[in-house]
Design a protein around this ligand. Structure first.
Ligand code: C2E
Ligand code: MG
Ligand code: MG
Length: 379
């Protein structure tokens, strides 16, 4: 299939993005280039494939997004994924041109819209699995909020969580996230999947008595198994109440994870006092792991530190097999990242969990693992 794509689009980069998803990326100055490319791909797959003498027609579904060069790639991929979802129901290729519609995000307007978005059900959750390396098991997922804005399209949390924190909408947003996660956890359980769901909790909420009370009430009433991801920076702001409230959460069975470790302010004094069971190493250190000299040392000593404090370590932003192998050698407990899966909708998560192949990536650790282990030990 890669060969056919390559013939149709000689300048494109082709990547495997999932068990049945490939990403094709290219640049062009022409406005119509995307439509031309879609037509070329559709033609390329009309002819059957010859597999062991048998003729097979491979049906492809195309979702595409184009933007000017200012747009970041992750956002563009998310737009393309949305287009792909739509194309699955519409049964035709969907292309979106998102040029210019975020270049000047009007913060004030967006902040105004956000209040309504929560009641209008414009927010939705995607889930990203964490894989336990030794157990070869998906033990939990992280809930990540997205906003399907009626005119702007998909808005990612980096663009509206800071606004929500400023306007205090963060309280309603987070309570909504908790409620939705509880509901989705029930759906997962009905399909036989028992997974803890981790929710990101903004720093400002850790000192908010009303939020703490309401969050605890929701969790206790439902018996849900949740986790809260918090950053150390948010604890440093008001350590006394933050630590007290985290203890309240931990007592009712919520697992506390320290998110983005290493990216913000860190204090060993507080780290020791937090009732945290997981430490997530920031993707900043993980994405460069196999190309930098310093990052592997930082990551390894962080893993040792966390283990000394009896925490399990999650590496976020694992994008390559090589990074996974190295992390495994270093004793990292869990990994999360595009290599395993991007954040996906609930129904896609259920499919993902039911397809044994999802873990094949993590199980396929041995080959690069041995090679890298040798390099690492020598170095
Ligand atoms: P985070 O909690 O550190 O979430 C991880 C972010 O890294 C997610 O971005 C995820 O899509 C991205 N990511 C996952 N794997 C990879 C990878 O392999 N490579 C790279 N380059 N990136 C990866 P997203 O969804 O845009 O979320 C950004 C941040 O927004 C989150 O960072 C979190 O701090 C915040 N956030 C998301 N949902 C919520 C929420 O419900 N409440 C609050 N308060 N904050 C949220
Ligand atoms: Mg997080
Ligand atoms: Mg993080």
């Amino acid at each position: 299939m890669a060969a056919r794509i390559g013939e149709a689009l000689p300048d494109a980069r082709i990547m495997i993005a999932g068990r049945d998803v490939a990403e094709v990326a290219f640049e062009s100055d022409a406005r119509l280039a995307l439509d031309v490319a879609i037509a070329a791909l559709e033609t390329a797959f009309e002819k059957p494939f010859d597999i062991d003498g048998e003729s097979h027609v491979i049906h492809v579904q195309l979702g595409a997004a184009a933007a000017d060069s200012h747009r970041d790639e992750v956002h563009l991929i998310e737009e393309a994924e949305h287009a792909l979802l739509e194309s699955r129901t519409e049964r035709v290729a969907i292309a979106r041109d998102v040029t210019g519609n975020t270049a000047a995000i009007d913060r004030a307007e967006l902040a105004r819209d956000l209040t309504g978005a929560i009641v209008n059900e414009e927010l939705f959750l995607q889930y990203q699995p964490k894989v336990h390396l030794r157990r070869q098991q998906i033990t939990s997922v992280e809930a990540l909020v997205r906003w399907n804005h009626p005119t702007r399209g998909l808005v990612l949390p980096g663009d509206f969580i800071p606004l929500a924190e400023e306007s205090r909408d963060i309280i309603a947003l987070t309570l909504w996230t908790i409620r939705r996660s509880i509901r989705d956890q029930k759906t997962l359980a009905e399909h036989g999947h028992h997974l803890r769901i981790f929710i990101n909790i903004a720093g400002v909420l850790l000192a908010d008595k009303r939020f703490v009370r309401q969050a605890c009430a929701l969790v206790e009433a439902s018996g849900a198994e949740l986790g809260f991801e918090i950053t150390e920076t948010s604890v440093i702001r008001d350590p006394e109440s933050a630590i007290a409230n985290l203890k309240v959460f931990a007592e009712i069975g919520i697992t506390i994870a320290i998110d983005d470790y290493g990216a913000g302010l860190s204090s060993l004094a507080y780290l020791k006092q937090l009732p945290a069971r997981e430490l997530k190493i920031d993707k900043l250190f993980v994405t460069q792991l196999t190309s930098s000299n310093r990052d592997p040392l930082i990551v390894r000593s962080t893993i040792d530190l966390a283990h000394a404090l009896e925490m399990e370590v999650v590496a976020e932003g694992v994008e390559t097999q090589a990074a996974m192998a190295l992390l495994s050698v270093m004793g990292c407990d869990m990994i999360q990242g595009f290599l395993i899966s991007r954040p996906i909708n609930l129904d896609a998560l259920i499919h993902f969990l039911e397809d044994g192949k999802s873990l094949a990536i993590a199980a396929d650790l041995r080959a690069p693992f041995n090679r890298l282990a040798a390099v690492w030990k020598r170095g």
